[in-house]
Write a protein that binds this ligand. Structure first.
Ligand code: 0RA
Length: 676
């Protein structure tokens, strides 16, 4: 279907070797691979596949292919085939070499085949198949066209022979097989999940394409996945929303072209509060958005307001839905294709072309207006949802204003249970947030009171995920914490008045501890993202085990280290349980070293004690293992990690039951240290 449809459009255009412009050798690629494929770790390695697949997708989008096959082969090879016209093999005017050889061995030859050949070619990926060749110890191209099968092989980007005919074929198409160079890549094994994940996304983004993926590697279970999405990104929207309750029966979808820019948009509202939005330019994901997303959001707000006003949903004259109001519960995909995409931002992940915004705005506005007129029930449900969001926002705002005006936090003295440090210099001060009074007691005794403050939290703090600010501020634990931080919250937040440079979450290494840690992370992520972004939030890493052999004491902070210790002392899992239960945590003593040494030599007795909670450590142990800046381990929390915690939270606390059940069922096995 894909093949025929687009073929019509491109009728009458002839391509051949003469349309390939360019010419540069491949040395720069091997000198600075990162410039071409990002890096030489796993991402760069997989990039090689994306590059070759992109070429096949381009051929499909030009209307000449409908199937792409990717095979992970034994010995680290990969094969990518398409059923397009086949890369030309005739002789190129300038290079006097075959077009295939030119494409495979010269830089920038792959992407552009002159006007009309490739209208859209991946901007970020579009470095050309020659880059893949340069970074492969071995590569082989097989082209079926003109009734023959043509073949050429390469080593490190250099042809081993001329292009030769090796057989006959009635079909047409291109197959590229390559073996990434292990001296270039730090990782050489392809990850099946990464491959499948990316190619499935490409299949969604290229309506009507078939992508088949095979795992033919030795030592791996043979697998094959076949993707074909008739609905394109509308199928993607349904997939993204399958865990949520739809608020709108018909998924919105439009696909149109204007001024050489093709625009495809699909969306559906759910009863959720979250907004899920993916933007793509030339099939490349733009996590930081860009001009296409700006155009989409502007049109969405404008058209919904216009419709709401016209149909009596907005009664008061000056009442308006904000951009936030119309994005609550929205799942949307905006995918544009344009001849010369410019990417900006730190990760090159933002579309810069300003000409894209008005095109997206006009195509989307027009078709959204039609959609609302044609689907009045959906329109009513969507606007009902937006109005509710607007009301909730207004209520929260006024509650917040009242709360803050009443000065709930102002002038309050530091909470009684905070054991503050004596230093008043925030730069050297740190705050330990500790779970429970008993661990709090140990921490207070063990700390260096000059610069370390301790705030014990009792019980579980309120689940702040959806709690409104006024409710949150009524919670004493949270109030204490905010006052201790000194920054205030919401619109009054001011990082300048932060009282501690490092805020360290210290909880038990068990399920309850993990829960409290997640609650605190959610609180910081939702209400103090600035603190996270500027690296003020840490997680303490108390040891999981204490190993004692005679006077020699070692602390073990993770399971990997435990494995090493177990090997070293030849401890079985059974021993571990016995030893651990026999060990009295308070029996540590410095006396009788001599006798103990002797005892060790005789019996080599090893004591392995598992710490279940911080409370099992005495103050000096806690200081030594977890709080002493000279020896402690701490993990700085990044906003990405917090976002993940937040997502897990959504699943666990959100409105839908099915995904929660699934999450718990699939994770149950991996939960460790479950103390029942
Ligand atoms: C330009 C012209 C022609 C084929 C291709 C590009 C082509 C490139 C790739 C890359 C991967 N698969 C491909 N398939 C085709 C030939 C045009 C003609 O036959 O006239």
């Amino acid at each position: 279907m894909l093949k025929k449809e687009i073929k019509e459009k491109n009728k009458g255009q002839k391509y051949g070797a003469e349309q390939i412009t360019v010419l540069e050798g491949l040395d720069p690629v091997r000198k600075r691979p990162g410039m071409y494929i990002g890096n030489t770790a796993s991402a760069g390695l997989h990039h090689l596949i994306w590059e070759v697949v992109d070429n096949g997708i381009d051929e499909a989008m030009a209307g000449h292919a409908d199937t792409i096959e990717v095979r992970l082969l034994p010995e680290g090879k990969v094969s990518v085939s398409d059923n397009g016209r086949g890369i030309p093999v005739d002789t190129h005017k300038v290079t006097k070499k075959s077009a295939l050889e030119t494409v495979m061995t010269t830089l920038h030859a792959g992407g552009k085949f002159g006007d009309g050949g490739y209208k859209v070619s991946g901007g970020l990926h579009g470095v050309g198949v020659s880059v893949v060749n340069a970074l492969s110890t071995w590569m082989r191209s097989e082209i079926s066209r003109d009734g023959k099968v043509w073949m050429q092989e390469y080593k490190i980007g250099k042809p081993v022979s001329k292009v030769k005919a090796i057989g006959t074929s009635k079909k047409t198409g291109t197959t590229q097989i390559f073996l990434p160079d292990p001296t270039i890549f730090t990782v050489t094994e392809f990850d099946w999940n990464i491959v499948v994940e990316h190619l499935r996304q490409q299949a969604y983004l290229t309506k009507g394409i078939k992508i088949n993926i095979y795992d033919d590697r030795s030592g791996h279970t043979a697998k094959s996945y076949r993707y074909y999405f008739e609905g394109g990104i509308a199928s993607y929207i349904k997939h993204l929303n399958h865990n949520n309750e739809a608020k709108q029966q018909n998924v919105f979808y439009v696909s149109k072209e204007k001024d050489d820019i093709s625009v495809e948009i699909s969306f559906q509202y759910t009863t959720d509060y979250r907004e899920v939005m993916y933007a793509f330019a030339n099939n490349i994901h733009n996590p930081e958005g860009g001009s296409h997303l700006v155009g989409f959001k502007a049109a969405l707000t404008r058209v919904l307001n216009k419709y709401a006003r016209k149909n009596g949903f907005l009664k008061e004259k000056d009442q308006n839905l904000t951009s936030d109001d119309v994005r609550e519960g929205l799942t949307a995909i905006v995918s544009v294709k344009l001849p010369e995409p410019q990417f900006e931002g730190q990760t090159k992940a933002k579309l810069g072309n300003v000409e894209v915004r008005p095109v997206v705005e006009s195509i989307f506005s027009e078709s959204l207006e039609i959609f609302l007129e044609e689907n009045p029930r959906d329109a009513k449900d969507i606007l009902g949802k937006c109005l509710l969001a607007a009301q909730a926002r207004a209520a929260a705002r006024s509650a917040r204003e009242t709360v803050l005006r009443k000065g709930v936090l102002d002038g309050l003295t530091l909470p009684g249970k905070l054991a503050d440090c004596s230093s008043r210099d925030p730069k050297e001060s740190e705050l330990y947030i500790v779970e429970g009074d008993s661990a709090g007691g140990s921490a207070k005794q063990g700390r260096d009171r000059r610069f370390q403050a301790i705030l014990p939290l009792r019980g579980k703090i309120l689940n702040v995920e959806r709690a409104r600010l006024d409710k949150m501020l009524a919670n004493n634990e949270i109030k204490s914490l905010i006052i201790a931080l000194g920054t205030n919250i919401g619109e009054q937040f001011n990082i300048e008045s932060l009282r501690y440079d490092r805020i360290i979450i210290m909880t038990d290494a068990d399920v309850d501890g993990a829960h409290i840690r997640t609650l605190l992370l959610t609180l910081f992520y939702r209400h103090f993202p600035e603190l996270m972004r500027s690296g003020h939030i840490y997680i303490a890493q108390p040891p999981l085990y204490r190993v004692q052999q005679g006077k020699d004491v070692q602390y073990v902070y993770n399971e990997a280290a435990l494995e090493l210790i177990k090997k070293k002392y030849n401890i079985q899992d059974v021993d571990l349980a016995v030893e651990a239960s026999e060990t009295d945590p308070s029996s540590e003593s410095d006396s009788n070293e001599e006798t103990e040494e002797v005892a060790v030599k005789k019996t080599a007795k090893v004591n392995l004690q598992r710490y279940k909670g911080l409370g099992e450590m005495n103050p000096s142990q806690l200081w030594e293992t977890t709080m002493d800046p000279k020896t402690r381990l701490m993990k700085m929390v990044t906003i990405e990690e917090a976002a993940k915690a937040d997502e897990v939270f959504e699943v666990l606390m959100g409105s839908e039951v099915a995904p929660r059940k699934k999450f718990i069922q699939t994770r149950a096995k991996s939960v460790q240290n479950l103390d029942i």
